[in-house]
Design a protein around this ligand. Structure first.
Ligand SMILES: C[S@@+](CC[C@H](N)C(=O)[O-])C[C@H]1O[C@@H](n2cnc3c(N)ncnc32)[C@H](O)[C@@H]1O
Length: 266
């Protein structure tokens, strides 16, 4: 989940050029899983499980996990399309993919009898055909896209009409006590952890990248613009985590707004 970082000269804090994002994740790949576990007290696995559930996959389905990083959300998806399904997971950081592939070949949490492939690909220009997948997911990756609209349009394009697009992301809690905790933990403690782990720059900007990212209802509007319908979101972990899901419409290439106004899941 970690860092969406930015150099100190960035015009907008928490934003980076694509080449800088890729270089940063190549650099922190070896730290990434451990930092996630420390920063979330291990809860990140449960959040990915919930995201995978929202994809509503069944045995034999084909799923895509975009910006897969070290692959944990792809492993969750693979368990849901077993047996006989396929998961393609893509990222543009070769070092993150190397770790994902090593975990897969060590047999970590892969669904039995499922094809699982890790591709090098840019989420803003996916090398897949229209309608190829039953669902597409992105976990803690959308925040790093240099063009969020484009990234969500690409995910929507490659999913068949009726299939789902799921976005798991951190968000800024609005109410105490979690808003206070968020400030203390992400503004103060996480940068210190980053320093101890040996990559202060990468973990300094995590809070600003989360603050810069659209809030839950704005993200739902971006999904709607991408051609998704029936958009709903869940806030969990006291409002720190947002899970959004939308259904691909038959008119997804239209540049208009989806039929159903976005809303919060009960
Ligand atoms: C915070 S990590 C998330 C990894 C993983 N999905 C997870 O759940 O932990 C963000 C990942 O997004 C990838 N990424 C960011 N922008 C991307 C893009 N435009 N195309 C492909 N991968 C991208 C990074 O390389 C990195 O591996």
């Amino acid at each position: 989940m970690a860092a969406s970082s930015g150099s100190r000269e960035d015009a907008t804090p928490g934003t980076l050029e694509e080449t800088q994002v890729r270089a940063m994740f190549d650099r922190i790949a070896g730290l990434y899983d451990r930092m996630n576990t420390v920063m979330t007290a291990g809860l990140h696995h449960a959040w990915r499980r919930r995201a995978a559930d929202l994809a509503a996959l069944t045995a034999g389905d084909r799923a895509l996990d975009v910006a897969t990083g070290t692959g944990d959300l792809a492993f969750e998806l693979s368990a849901r399309v077993a047996p006989g399904g396929e998961v393609i997971a893509s990222d543009f950081s070769e070092r993150m993919l190397e770790i994902a592939r090593a975990k897969a070949s060590a047999g970590r949490r892969e669904g039995a009898g499922v094809g699982l492939r890790f591709d090098s690909a840019n989420a803003l220009s996916l090398p897949y055909a229209d309608d190829e997948f039953d669902a597409a997911t992105v976990g803690f990756g959308a925040r790093n896209f240099s063009d969020l609209d484009r990234g969500l349009q690409e995910m929507t394009r490659v999913v068949r009409p009726g299939g789902r697009v799921v976005v798991l992301e951190m968000t800024t809690p609005q109410r105490p006590p979690l808003s206070t905790f968020f400030r203390l933990w992400f503004d103060k403690a996480v940068p210190v952890l980053g320093r101890l782990a040996g990559d202060p720059e990468a973990y300094d900007y995590l809070p600003s990248s989360v603050r810069r990212f659209p809030g839950p209802s704005e993200l739902a509007a971006v999904m709607s613009r991408a051609g998704l319908h029936e958009i709903r979101y869940i806030l969990t972990a006291g409002g720190i985590i947002a899970l959004h899901v939308g259904v691909v419409g038959h008119d997804r290439v239209a540049d208009g707004v989806g039929e159903t106004p976005p809303g919060r899941l009960a």
